[in-house]
Design a protein. Structure first.
Length: 106
């Protein structure tokens, strides 16, 4: 006949596991405690102003100006050999306006 082995109590093992988990959790919080502190500002390094001015540029233009912009876009697209969108044209106009600032007509 087979002999049965005595059943061990799982209570001691469960208690030991709880102690290990609690200690591990406390250690994790201690390690990341200084990450939650806000960074101190450094006034000596200015932040660069790079990026979009706004998600959209919107303004009201006359029909005459719209036709000029369309003609300019078409002419530049033909010269470049591919379709150009309005934002590409506006960036080019900004660069030209910076170069010929004195001759700008507003």
């Amino acid at each position: 006949m087979a002999t049965s082995k005595p059943i061990r109590s799982m209570g001691k093992a469960a208690e030991a596991q709880e102690r290990v988990e609690t200690a591990t959790t406390v250690d994790k919080f201690e390690e990341t405690k200084d990450l939650a502190q806000p960074p101190t500002p450094t006034p000596s390094t200015p932040k660069p102003m790079i990026g979009r001015l706004s998600p959209q540029l919107s303004c009201t233009i006359s029909q005459e100006d719209k036709e000029k912009l369309t003609a300019l876009t078409l002419r530049l697209s033909m010269r470049k050999g591919k379709a150009l969108n309005t934002s590409t044209i506006i960036r080019a106009l900004i660069r030209i306006g910076e170069k010929y600032e004195e001759e700008l007509e507003i």
